[in-house]
Design a protein around this ligand. Sequence first.
Ligand SMILES: *Cc1c(COP(=O)(O)O)cnc(C)c1O
Length: 486
Amino acid sequence: MSAGTPDPRDALARLRAMQAADLPVHGGRTLAYVYDSGLPDVDRIGREAVAAYAGSNGLDPTAFPSLLQMENELVGFTADLLDAPPDAVGTVTSGGTESCLLTVQGARDSRPDVERPRMVVPSTVHAAFLKAAHYFGVEAVVVPVGADFRADPAAMVAAIDEAAERTVLVVVSAPSYAHGVVDPVPPVAAAAAERGIRCHVDGCIGGWVLPYAARIGRDVPPWTFAVDGVTSISVDTHKYAYAPKGTSVLLHRSPAHRRPQYFAHADWPGYTMLNSTIQSTKSGGPLAGAWAVVQSLGDAGYEQLTREVFEAVDRIVAGVDAIPEIDLVCVPDSTLVALVTDGTCDAFTICDEMAARDWYVQPQMSYAGQPPNVHLSVSAATLAHVDELLTALTESVAAAVAAGPVAVDPGIAEFVAALDPTALTDEDFDGLLVAAGLVGGDAADGLALPDRMAEVNAMLDLASPAMREALLVAFLDRLSRPTRRA
Ligand SMILES: *Cc1c(COP(=O)(O)O)cnc(C)c1O
C-alpha cells in the first residue's frame, strides 16, 4: 500500500468501532427499531444476500430478471399469508412509510375527478399517513378512537359521510403501533365498499405475525383480504418477517387497484422511466435479503418464531401484573405492549432506568388525555431473556418511584411556553439549549445529550404537539451538520 493511500481495511475497522456506540440489533434487548429472530443463521443469510445484491439495480426488471423473480415470489408468499384473492398483486417497497405513501398517492390518483381529495383515518393511524397527506395534498380527517383504543366504526363512517364524494381512502390498522390493538376492520371496510371508497389496512408492524398467531390458535380479529371491502394491505418484511432493513410489501386486491401507483415518463431525451415505487434506481440488496430470509424461515419457521414471541408477550404481561405501580395501557392483540404508571413514578424515568440496565424501551408522549407510557416491540429473541427483562423492569420501577416525579425546571417550562412553534428561530432554539443545559454557555459548542433523557422528555411532553415538532426539527437540523475535512 503506497503512502497516502488509506488502507481499505481501516475503513471497516473504523465502521465497527463507530457501530459499537449504536443500539444492539441482536440479543433481544432493544425493544424498538429492530426485530430479532434470535437465529444467527437467518441473520447471516439475510446479510449475505444483501451484500450479493448491493450493486444490482431494481430500476429495470428486464435487466435484472432475478430481482423480478424474487419480487414476484415474495409478493406471492405475502398474498398467500394474507388471504389475497387469485388476482391480487403487489409491490416490494423500501419500508412501511413508502408503502403508506404509495397507498395515499394511489388512492388520490385513482380519483382524478376529485378536486380536493380527503381520507379518513383513526387517531391511532401511523404518522406515515399524515406525512403522505402532507406530501400529496390529501386532507386527513382524523377520527378519535374509542375507549378501547380501536377505531370507532360509527365515527369513521360519520366522518366519511361528511364528504363521501371527496373521500378517496379510509385507513385502519392491524395493529396500531402505539397500542398494539387491531381496529374493527369489517364494519369500516364494508362502509367504504358501499360507497366505492378504497380501504387500506396498515399491517406494517403486525401483518406478518397475526396470521401465524391465528394458526397457532390465538384470537385474532378478522383483518386480511378475507374481509370484504379491504382493497390494499401493507406489511413490513423488515419488522416481523425478521428481514434486513429496507423492505415492505404493499398488496392490492387487483391490478386495477395498483395501476395508479405506477409512473411512466417517456417525454424526455433519456430512457423511458417506468417505476412502481418512489425510488427509481434502487439496490436489489434489501429485496434479496428479504427473499432469502423468508425462503429460509418459511411458514414453519415463522410459526415457531410466532410461538416464541407470544410466549414472551404473555410472560411480560403476567410479569407486569405483578408490579403494582405499572399496568398495561390495554390488552395487546399483538406483540406490542404499552405500559402506563399509576402516578407514583414517571414513565420517562423508567425508560432511563431500563437503558441503564441495557434494555432499550421506547417512551411515548401523552396524547388525547392518555399519560406518557412505555412502549415495547417484543421480538422472538426476547423470549430467552424475559426473566432478566422483568427483573430490570421491577428494579427500574422501584428506582423511578424512589426518584419521584420528573420536575421540569419552571424557567424552562416558561421559556418553552413563550415560544411560537410556527416561527421558532435558531436564536430561540439556541437559548433553549443553553437554558436546558444541553450545550455549554456557547451554543456553538457541540450538542451534549444527557445520558438520562427523562427531563428532556418531560419538557417535550409539556409542549404542544406543534411545539414538540418545531423543537425536534430544530434539534435534528442542529445534529445534522456536515463533518468537513478542512
Ligand atoms: C413501522 C410502521 C410504519 C412505518 O414503517 P417504516 O418502516 O418505519 O417506514 C407504518 N405503520 C405502522 C403501523 C408501523 O408500525
